[in-house]
Design a protein around this ligand. Structure first.
Ligand code: BGC
Length: 765
């Protein structure tokens, strides 16, 4: 195990301002030199060559290697994505450097979302760690592996705020909380770029999907977004802004429309907001096929019109370009697109390549010829120790009656379920260059943990779903879901038989990874019926029942929570997932994760999020009446609130106080609370601080996360936890979209989840 390596990687992290923030004198000189270099280069370029720089191309059936070679040699391609080995990348860079007229290097990009060769838990799981250092470590390792594969850019972080678990892409983001996601956005950009994306071991970030993609109506992918400016600025835009402020070199434009105007054709978004207001200096990249889709959106007459709209709205690079090269020359010649638009976009791309260090050394992430790894997928290239340490921090204990967990490493354990031995599912979607065969399943992890001390019996028990049409949908591009053709009852009988022989039943259930992905929206967010039938049969055996959940979104688990004695949310936990899950199940690691997204009771409660406005008729214990904001056929609250997660130990909070009943302008007060580990296990929990502006010029949320601390305590140990609050934490956008704090009363809450809170108040002068 390379534990030391974990520490040394973190110490190399630059949390300070990164390269793209041109504030210091050095950065001013750097920018001048870059401008001079790029201006000189652009003077030598033809219009066609400039347009070539705007094309981001992927090798594929429509673009075989030979066609790409020709495009590169003619200066018609600016960058490549989806090519992920040093050997392949080197060949293409050689073509650019040897065959093209101006020898402008290519850059190489890929979706490194939660790992490259080593796959970490999905982003939603990473957020559940509430551990910014662990999240940063996942980003650093991803960047190192990606850079070591010759890549220069990752299409990450994905920081879309998500309040609708029907949307499959909630798995790719960091959850519902604007403040938390904004923090993580910065952490990820810093971790990827590490102060300088040109260095070996760093890659440039490209934050996505700009903007508001997480708010697609009905949670249906690619759907419309319609949102008030206040909500946009208050809740959905800050994470992208945080990534831009941290120096993200790229911004990927989202596929959705915003208040009627597709993001790809939206000059307000891409020019006024991003460039003029936020000062973004990097490149904007269209999402896959987005330019052509402007026709279906109904804002472009044809492909040529779509190209005109995209470039004039501020889309620099065209991903999987079919049309920029086809139509831009003509559009410029006819005066429909000013040449200055092409120059502007081309300059952005060349600046980006300069920042990637490619003009100094086009092979800076490739190393010298002959240095390429013999086996790209070699075990020695993985960072398993880091993956395991991080993965176990992401797991959330949802229920643990009668201390069913942790399990003993003795006796007989029945391990059952369609996800229990699935190497594909545990990797999650967007598992980059991760190799399925290198992932550790729960079955393997449990076996590794118990060795010969306990006996593990295994049965699949059920298919993920019996609905063949869903299986076919999931298997359209890869055979990701194995479908067992035995009659369902036969599979259940087999599982029940081993359950009866066991001391405890561990059922690994949930969604196939493909169910929580792009183009994987669900109208029903329960566990499929085939698995519920299995759970019911296991419950009927009377054996203690542990549900290990694998899923990429909040599920509606009301029924399951009644069946299970214990429930552990493990998301898709990556290459080392099985070992990490075993660590938690056997108590070698005490779970400390907290939910980054509210778990509803039913799909009908969606959208449900903790930081909502109060309404004029709030429903609550003091106000349970009929004419209040409520459902009459369901409890109002969630099944599991944001910030919720148990430990094998118990933690108690007491003596909550504020350092002052008043805060001066630009001032600071400190909330502090005693935290005691009252249980018998050492462990960590997350002390959370929420703030409410009681009366303001616009309605403010009933509470909003503004600080947290993850604290590790021995059994019996106690510690005072201090959480500062500054005026910045009280600021919001008013009705005129002005940012600031208003004087008056603020409530401050502390707790171990967003629901069970203790309250104090202070006044902002
Ligand atoms: C996704 C992006 C991704 C791109 C390139 C698109 O379909 O929406 O998130 O970065 O493909 O793979």
């Amino acid at each position: 195990m390379k534990w030391l390596c974990v520490v040394s990687m973190l110490s190399g992290l630059a949390f300070g301002p990164v390269f793209a923030q041109e504030s210091s004198a050095t950065q001013g000189i750097y920018a001048q030199e870059r401008d001079a270099f790029v201006s000189n280069l652009m003077k030598q370029m033809t219009l066609e060559e400039k347009i070539g720089q705007l094309r981001l191309i992927s090798v594929g059936p429509d673009n075989p290697k030979e066609a790409i070679r020709e495009g590169i040699s003619k200066g018609q391609i600016g960058a490549i994505f989806n090519t992920v080995t040093r050997q392949d990348i080197r060949v293409m860079q050689d073509q650019a450097m040897q065959l093209s007229r101006l020898k402008i290097p290519l850059f190489f990009a890929y979706d490194v979302v939660h790992g490259q060769r080593t796959v970490f838990p999905i982003s939603l799981g990473l957020a559940a760690s509430f551990d910014l250092e662990a999240i940063a470590l996942s980003g650093r390792v991803s960047a190192q592996e990606a850079s070591d594969d010759g890549l220069n850019m990752t299409f990450s972080p994905m920081v879309d705020i998500t309040r609708d678990p029907r949307w499959g892409r909630v798995s790719e983001g960091f959850g519902e909380d604007t403040w938390l996601v904004s923090k993580i956005a910065k952490v990820m950009v810093d971790a990827y770029q590490n102060g300088d994306p040109s260095k070996p071991g760093s890659v440039m970030a490209s934050v996505k999907h700009f903007a508001l993609y997480g708010a697609v109506e009905g949670g249906r992918d690619y759907n419309t977004v319609d949102m008030s400016p206040l909500r946009m600025h208050q809740d959905y835009l800050p994470p992208y802004k945080a990534a831009v402020d941290a120096g993200s070199g790229g911004v990927m434009v989202s596929l959705n429309s915003i208040n009627g105007v597709p993001a790809t054709a939206n000059p307000w978004l891409l020019k006024d907001l991003l460039r003029d207001q936020w000062g973004f200096k990097g490149i904007t990249i269209s999402d896959h096929g987005a330019i052509k889709e402007l026709i279906k959106h109904g804002v472009a007459q044809d492909a040529r019109d779509a190209v005109r709209l995209a470039i004039t709205s501020g889309v620099d690079m065209s991903m999987s370009d079919e049309y920029y090269d086809q139509y831009l020359p003509g559009l410029v010649k006819e005066g429909l697109v000013a040449e200055s638009e092409i120059d502007r976009a081309c300059r952005d791309v060349l600046n980006t390549k300069y920042d990637m260090g490619l003009f100094k050394d086009p092979y800076n992430h490739l190393g010298p010829v002959g240095s390429d790894p013999q086996d790209t997928n070699a075990e020695s290239r993985l960072h398993r120790a880091e993956a395991r340490v991080i993965a176990r921090k992401t797991m959330v204990l949802l229920k643990n009656d009668k201390q069913t967990l942790p399990l003993q490493k003795q006796g007989t354990i029945a391990l059952i379920g369609p996800m229990a031995d699935s190497q594909r599912d545990i990797m999650g979607s967007w598992s980059a260059a991760g190799v399925v065969k290198q992932s550790v399943t729960v079955r393997e992890g449990l076996q590794n943990a118990v060795k010969d001390k306990a006996s593990i019996l295994y049965a699949k028990g059920a298919n993920i779903t019996q609905d063949k049409s869903i299986v076919d949908y999931l298997n359209e591009y890869e055979t990701a879901v194995a479908f067992d053709t035995r009659p369902p009852q036969q599979m259940i009988d087999e599982a029940v038989k081993i359950a009866k022989q066991a001391d405890v039943v561990v059922a690994v259930v949930g969604e196939a990874q493909g169910m929580a992905h792009e183009a994987s929206s669900r109208a029903d967010i329960t566990i499929p019926q085939s698995q519920r039938d299995l759970i019911a049969a296991l419950k009927a055996t009377g054996k203690p029942l542990v549900l290990v959940l694998m899923n990429g979104r909040p599920l509606a688990l009301s029924w399951e929570s009644e069946q299970a004695d214990a429930m552990l949310e493990t998301w898709y936990s990556g290459t080392e997932g099985g070992n990490a899950i075993a660590d938690v199940l056997f108590g070698d690691y005490n779970p400390s994760g907290k939910l980054p997204m509210t778990f509803p009771r039913s799909v009908g409660q969606i959208p449900i999020y903790y930081n909502h406005l109060n309404t004029g008729r709030p429903f609550g214990k003091e106000n349970p009446g009929k004419y209040t904001s409520r459902y009459f056929d369901s409890p109002n609250g969630p099944l599991y609130p944001f910030g919720y997660g148990l430990s094998y130990s118990q933690f108690a909070l007491s003596d909550f106080k504020l350092s002052s009943p008043e805060m001066a302008r630009d001032g600071k007060i400190t909330a502090s609370v005693m935290l005691k580990n009252t249980g018998k296990y050492n462990g960590a929990t997350v002390v959370q601080l929420y703030v409410q502006d009681v009366t303001a010029s616009v309605s403010r949320p009933i509470k909003e996360l503004r600080n947290f601390k993850k604290v590790t305590l021995h059994a019996g140990q106690e510690q005072r936890v201090e959480l500062p609050i500054t005026e910045d934490d009280l600021k919001f956008y008013n009705a005129s979209l002005k940012w600031g704090a208003e004087p008056g009363k603020f409530n401050v809450f502390v707790g171990l989840d967003s629901d069970n809170l203790q309250q104090q108040s202070f006044t902002l002068k």
